[in-house]
Design a protein around this ligand. Structure first.
Ligand code: NDP
Length: 498
C-alpha cells in the first residue's frame, strides 16, 4: 500500500457550490432555512476540517416538506402523463450528464471517496435514470374475465403517494437514484433525508432536477440528524412509503415507526457477504477482485465481500497474492487521480473500524497486513490501511458483524458443502460470489447460498435492469428490475356494471 496526498483543484462549478458554505433544505422548489434556525457542521473526512454548515431539520421541517410533497402529489403532477414523466427523466439524464463532474467533486469533498470512484459513478447513474425513463410507459393493470354476469373487472396501477427516502452516507450520489427514479417514473412525490455526514451531492442534485423542469414540491430535501429528522420522516403519518438504506439496527427502528400508518417499506440493510474461492479459480482475476470487493470505498459498501472463503490447497498462495496486491493499493486524498481508497467517513467510523481491528487480534485471527490508522500527511483525516486477517473462524465477531471498513476476514475451507454451510452461517443475506472454472461447482454454490445477489467469477456488478436486493436480515424490497416500480404503485380493482 502506498500513500498519496496531492490535491489537484476542485472544478470551478464545485468550488462555486461549496463556496456558499451555508446550505439550507430544499422544499417546494426553494432553498429553505430550518424553522428553528439551527444549523450543524459537515466535515471533510480527508482533513477533519469543517466543509460547510447545513440546516438542521427537525420534526417541524419534515412536516412542512411532507405537506408540500402531498400538495404536489394531489396537484398538477398527478395529471402528468407517462410520456411527460419519461421526457422529464430524459431531460434530467442530460442535465446530470452535463454536470456530473461537479457532482463527483462535491461527493469526493463531502464523503471522501476518491475521484477515481465518484467520477465512475457516472455511467451507472445515467443507466439508472434511463432504466426508470423506460419504465414510465410500462405501468399497466389487467383486464380480467368476468366473474359475475353483467360485470366487467379490471385493475389499475396508481402511485402510492409521498415517499420518504432515507439515504446513507456511503454513496449518496448514486444511491439517491434508487429513490428518485422510482418516484418520478411512478408519479409519486418524495422527501429525502440525506445522512448528516454526506448531504451535499443530494442538495446539488435536487437543484439540477429543477433546472431540468421538475415541478415544485415533487422532490424535497431536508438535512438533519437521523435520530430527529430521519425518525420524524419514518413515523410521519403523511408518508406512504419509506425507502431506507442503512444499518440493520436503524432499519428495525424504521420498521417500528412505520406501524403508525402502516407504511410500505423497502429496506436495504447490513451485509457480510461470502466470497468463495475454489482451488481451480483464475487467481489473476479472483485476487484483485476479492481485494477490491472488500476494500473498495474503504470497505463502506453494503455488499462488500468481507468474508473470503479460500479452499485449503491454494490458501498460502492466496495469502501471498492478496498481500502483494494490497501493497499496490494507493490510499490518499480523493483528488489525487491515482488514489484508490480514501478516508473513512468520520471519526466515529474510524473508532469503530479500529475497534474491530483490535478485536480481530484478540479473537485469535492473524493480522497479515495493515490494521493501522495512517499518519504523516494523512494524520488529520480518517485513513486506515487495507487490513487482512488470516486464519479467521466464521464464528468470530470480525466474521459475523458488519465492520464497514477496509477489513477482510480470510476463512479456509475444504469442501463445497463446507463452503456453502459456512457462507450461510450469518444473519445477513445481501451479496456473495463464487470463483471457479467448474460450472457445476459455480451453480451448486449459487443455488446453495442464501443471498439476494450472487456473482460468478466477478464481484459487485449491478445492472438496474435486473436489480438488487437482500434476504434474511439484509432487508427486503428490490432496487431496480421490474419489481422496483411496482413497489411505488398500488393496485386498484375496478368493477363495472354492464
Ligand atoms: P444508520 O443506519 O444509523 O444510518 C443510515 C441512515 O439512516 C442515515 O441517513 C441516518 O441519518 C438515518 N437514521 C439514523 N437514525 C435514524 C432513525 N432513528 N430513523 C430514521 N433514520 C435514521 O448508520 P450509521 O451511519 O450509524 O452507520 C453505522 C453502521 O451502519 C455502519 O458502520 C454500517 O455497518 C451500517 N451502514 C450500512 C449501510 C448500507 O449501505 N447497508 C449504510 C450506512 C451504514 P444520519 O446519518 O444523519 O444519522
Amino acid at each position: 500500500m502506498t500513500q498519496t496526498n496531492q490535491s489537484p483543484p476542485l472544478s470551478q462549478a464545485a468550488q462555486r457550490f461549496l463556496s456558499r458554505k451555508d446550505f439550507k433544505h430544499f422544499i417546494n422548489g426553494k432553498s429553505t432555512p430550518a424553522l428553528s434556525g439551527k444549523t450543524f457542521a459537515t466535515y471533510d473526512p480527508s482533513s477533519g476540517a469543517v466543509l460547510a454548515r447545513l440546516a438542521e431539520g427537525e420534526a417541524e421541517d419534515i412536516d412542512h416538506a411532507v405537506s408540500c410533497a402531498r400538495a404536489a402529489f394531489e396537484g398538477s403532477w398527478s395529471r402528468w402523463t407517462p410520456y411527460e414523466r419519461q421526457a422529464l427523466l430524459y431531460r434530467i439524464h442530460d442535465v446530470i450528464d452535463r454536470n456530473f463532474e461537479e457532482l463527483a467533486h462535491i461527493e469526493t469533498m463531502d464523503m471522501g471517496a476518491p475521484i477515481s470512484r465518484t467520477a465512475n459513478y457516472k455511467p451507472f447513474v445515467l443507466k439508472v435514470i434511463l432504466f426508470f425513463a423506460s419504465q414510465c410507459g410500462s405501468v399497466a393493470g389487467e383486464t380480467l374475465p368476468n366473474g359475475f354476469t353483467g360485470t366487467m373487472t379490471m385493475s389499475l396501477k396508481a402511485p402510492v403517494g409521498v415517499v420518504g427516502g432515507i439515504i446513507p452516507w456511503n454513496g449518496p450520489l448514486p444511491s439517491q437514484w434508487w429513490v428518485l427514479g422510482g418516484v418520478l417514473a411512478a408519479g409519486c412525490t418524495a422527501v429525502l433525508k440525506p445522512s448528516e455526514e454526506a448531504s451535499l451531492s443530494i442538495l446539488r442534485t435536487v437543484e439540477l432536477l429543477h433546472e431540468a423542469g421538475l415541478p415544485e414540491g415533487v422532490i424535497n430535501v431536508v438535512s438533519g440528524y437521523g435520530g430527529t429528522a430521519g425518525a420524524a420522516l419514518a413515523r410521519h403519518a403523511g408518508v406512504d412509503r419509506i425507502a431506507f438504506t442503512g444499518s440493520t439496527a436503524t432499519g428495525r427502528k424504521v420498521i417500528e415507526a412505520s406501524t403508525s400508518n402502516i407504511k410500505r417499506l423497502q429496506l436495504e440493510l447490513g451485509g457480510k457477504s461470502p466470497n468463495i474461492i475454489f482451488a481451480d479459480a483464475d487467481l489473476d482475476k479472483a485476487v484483485p477482485a476479492a481485494g477490491m470487493g472488500v476494500f473498495g470505498n474503504s470497505g463502506q459498501v453494503c455488499y462488500a465481500g468481507t468474508r473470503v472463503f479460500v479452499q485449503r490447497p491454494i490458501l498460502e498462495e492466496f495469502y501471498a497474492r492478496l498481500v502483494a496486491f494490497t501493497k499496490t493499493i494507493r490510499v490518499g486524498v480523493g483528488f489525487d487521480p491515482g488514489t484508490q481508497l480514501g478516508p473513512l467517513i468520520s471519526a466515529r467510523q474510524l473508532d469503530r473500524v479500529m475497534g474491530y481491528v483490535k478485536l480481530g487480534s484478540e479473537e485469535g485471527a492473524r493480522l497479515i497486513h495493515g490494521g493501522e490508522r495512517l499518519g504523516g500527511s494523512l494524520a488529520a483525516g480518517y485513513f486506515v490501511s487495507p487490513t487482512i486477517f488470516a486464519g479467521v473462524e466464521n464464528g468470530m465477531r470480525i466474521a459475523q458483524e458488519e465492520i464497514f471498513g477496509p477489513v477482510v476476514s480470510v476463512i479456509p475451507f475444504d469442501t463445497i458443502e463446507e463452503a456453502i454451510g459456512l457462507g450461510n452461517q450469518i444473519e445477513y443475506g445481501l451479496g456473495g460470489a463464487v470463483w471457479t472454472r467448474n460450472i457445476s461447482t459455480a451453480l451448486t454454490v449459487v443455488n446453495g447460498i442464501h443471498t439476494g445477489v450472487m456473482w460468478v467469477n466477478c464481484y459487485g456488478v449491478i445492472d438496474p435492469l435486473v436489480g438488487f436486493g437482500g434476504t434474511k436480515m439484509s432487508g427486503y424490497g428490490a432496487k431496480g428490475g421490474r419489481a422496483h416500480l411496482d413497489a411505488y404503485l398500488y393496485t386498484k380493482t375496478v368493477y363495472i356494471d354492464l
